[in-house]
Design a protein around this ligand. Sequence first.
Ligand code: ADP
Ligand code: GN1
Ligand code: MG
Length: 361
Amino acid sequence: MTNDIPNAYGLNAVASITPFGDGLINNTWKIEDAEKGIFILQRINTGVFKRPEYISDNIKAVSHYLSVHCPEYFFCTPVTTTMLDDLVYTADGCYRMYPFIKNSHTINVAENAGQAFEAARKFGELTRLLAGFPVYKLKITLPDFHNIYLRYNDFQKAVAKGNKERIQQSLPLIHFLNSQQHIVAEYEQLKTANALKPRVTHHDTKINNVLFDDNNKGICVIDLDTLMPGYFISDVGDMIRTYISPYGEEEKDFSKLEMREDYFAAIAEGYLHEMGKELNETELSHFVFAGKFLIYMQALRFLTDYLNNDVYYGSKYEGHNFLRAGNQAHLLQLLIEKEEKFQEIVNHIASVKSRHLSLPE
Ligand code: ADP
Ligand code: GN1
Ligand code: MG
C-alpha cells in the first residue's frame, strides 16, 4: 500500500504501516503517524461487501441515534478524509480508517469466563440501546448473510457440482451435516411463526470484535460491517460458537474442543443482563438453539467453500476449510450433548432476573 491512502486522511508523517488483526474478510493495518497518532486502516473486501457505502450509512445513522439518545455511550466511528468523506476508493479497493483506541486490546480466545461475560454484555448493550431505533432504516450490507436456508441450499449445490475429489473425501462430514438439516427446519418454523423479533444485530460477535481495557472491561464493540436488521440468534449464536471452547475454529486436534459450562453461563449472564427484558419467551427458550444454528451454519459455509475450491475464505494450507468444517461439526456435537443442561442454566438465570424485577422497590 502506498502513502496515498493515509494522505487522503490528512496523515502526512506516517512512521509505520503494519498488518494487524486476524480477520478473514477485510485487510487491516495499524498506522503510526508522527504528528496525528495511531490509526486502524482497513481495506473493505468489495468482493463480499458490494456496497461499502451502505456500511457507512448504517454506522452514521446508528451513531447519530446513539449520540442523541445515549450520549454517554462510546461508539467507535470512522475518521473522515480531508474532503470529509469516510471512504476512499482506489483501483485496488475501498478504504476506511478508525482512530486506534488507546490502551485497548483484543483477544482471540476467551481466557476466563469474565471476558465472555463482558463481551456478551457489550453486544447485548448495543442491541438494547438500539431497541427504539427504526431497524428497517438500516441497509442490508450483506444480503442473506445469515439465511441458513440459503446456506443449506448452497451446500447442496456444492455437494452436487463441486470438486469431485473433495466431495469424495468429505462424504462422512457431508452425511453428518445432512443429518442435522432439522436445524434449518426449526429456524424456518420460528420465522414463519414470527417468533423472532427483528432487531439491530451485529452478526459477527466473535470475541476479537470487542475492545478490552487493561482491566478486562469491554470498551466498545467494533467490526460493524454487518450491523443490520437480524435476530438475536445470530449474535448469541456466534458467542456460543466462539467464547466457550478453549480452542477455536482453526484447531486441528478436535479433542481439545470443549463446551465449558461456566463460560456458557457467563454468556447467558452477560447477554441477559442487558437483553433479559427485551427477549420474548420463545426467544429465551431458543437461547441454546442460537448456538446450534450458528455453529451448523458455519460448518456448512466452511465445507461449501472447501467443495467450491476455497473461493470465499481462502486457504492457508491444503484442506484448511475441510478442517475448519470438521472442527465446527465436532463443536456442534459437543453442544448438542450439553443442550438440555445449558438451556436449564438460561431458564434459571431468566427466572432469577424476572423474580428480582417483580420485587417491590
Ligand atoms: P475484520 O473484519 O477483518 O475482523 P476488524 O474491524 O475486526 O476487522 O479489525 C481487525 C482487528 O483490528 C480487531 O480484531 C482489533 O484487534 C483491531 N482493531 C480494529 N479496530 C480497532 C480500533 N479502532 N482500535 C484498536 N484496535 C482495533
Ligand atoms: C468472517 O471477517 P471476520 O473474520 O470477522 C465471516 C464470518 C465468519 C467468520 C469465521 C463477512 O468474519 O461470518 O463467522 O469469518 N464474515 C463474513 O471466522 O463472511
Ligand atoms: Mg473482526
